[in-house]
Design a protein around this ligand. Structure first.
Ligand SMILES: C[S@@+](CC[C@H](N)C(=O)[O-])C[C@H]1O[C@@H](n2cnc3c(N)ncnc32)[C@H](O)[C@@H]1O
Length: 237
């Protein structure tokens, strides 16, 4: 099978479907850090089937970024699909290597289920507190956090640097993706990683930029050509 692939310094990026690209990669990753489509944005099927811009952006920002793929699965298919890619990613990860998967409050239970179904040892949940910059809701609690479900590929030695268990920082002012995350957040999460990083859902390349900043080899996969191009340009800049 042929994919478009590019080597940019220490980073290799692939344009293709993660499930198809993963079996073609060489193993030995120290960590899998990624932000897959949450398949969230509503509790009913019609709500979930809306465009990603309608689900995850306020009306004044719609049209600023391309739509992204793979965000309409229901809970059962999300569990099956997540288990598949997490299994393939684990097969490429060194013993004791890390996995960190972003999710929101709706998909937190199914994401921790999928991680364990795929054979990872579930170790915890790291909240990303997006601060009071998140919109308040009258009569409700502010939806102020997203989460990184994390685990390891079998036992992991209690050795090496330490990292925080909570990160507090707002969403980036200048985003490159509907669901763009701060590069500094990824850098913080990579503090305890000292080898190559795999990111099957690259989006605009945020994890890749953090790897560049930390001097870590990076392999990213993205199936949307528009976002592959945005990531390619950011990593090359
Ligand atoms: C939540 S976004 C990642 C955003 C990224 N964290 C950033 O800061 O730009 C998830 C990305 O995964 C991509 N994607 C969805 N399904 C995919 C698949 N099966 N294979 C590869 N990429 C996929 C989407 O197109 C989307 O760009």
């Amino acid at each position: 099978m042929s994919f478009r692939s590019e080597l940019i310094g220490n980073s290799t990026i692939h344009l293709g479907d993660a499930l198809e690209v993963l079996p073609t990669l060489q193993g030995g990753f120290a960590a899998v850090l990624c932000d897959p489509p949450y398949c969230s944005g509503g509790t009913t099927a019609p709500e979930r089937l809306r465009l990603t811009s309608a689900k995850y952006q306020s009306s004044e920002h719609r049209g600023l970024y391309p739509e992204f793929a793979g965000d309409t699965r229901d809970q059962r298919s999300f569990l099956a699909w997540s288990t598949l890619w997490l299994s393939r990613a684990r097969a490429l990860t060194a013993p004791g290597g890390l996995v960190g998967v972003f999710t929101d409050w709706r998909q937190l239970p199914v994401t921790s289920d999928a991680l364990q179904c795929a054979g990872w040892v579930w170790r915890g949940v790291v909240p990303w507190d997006k601060t009071e910059a998140s919109r308040p809701q009258q009569g409700r609690y502010r939806v102020q956090a997203e989460y990184v479900v994390w685990g390891t590929n079998g036992p992991r030695a209690l050795a090496g640097p330490t990292a925080p268990g909570v990160f507090r920082m707002p969403k980036p002012n200048k985003k490159h993706h509907i669901a763009g995350k701060p590069v500094e957040l990824m850098e913080g999460l990579l503090r305890i990683v000292d080898g190559p990083v795999l990111d099957p859902f690259m989006g605009s390349g945020t994890v890749g930029l953090a790897c560049q900043a930390r001097g870590l080899p990076y392999v990213g996969i993205e199936c949307e050509p528009a976002y592959f191009e945005i990531a390619r340009q950011r990593l090359a800049a």
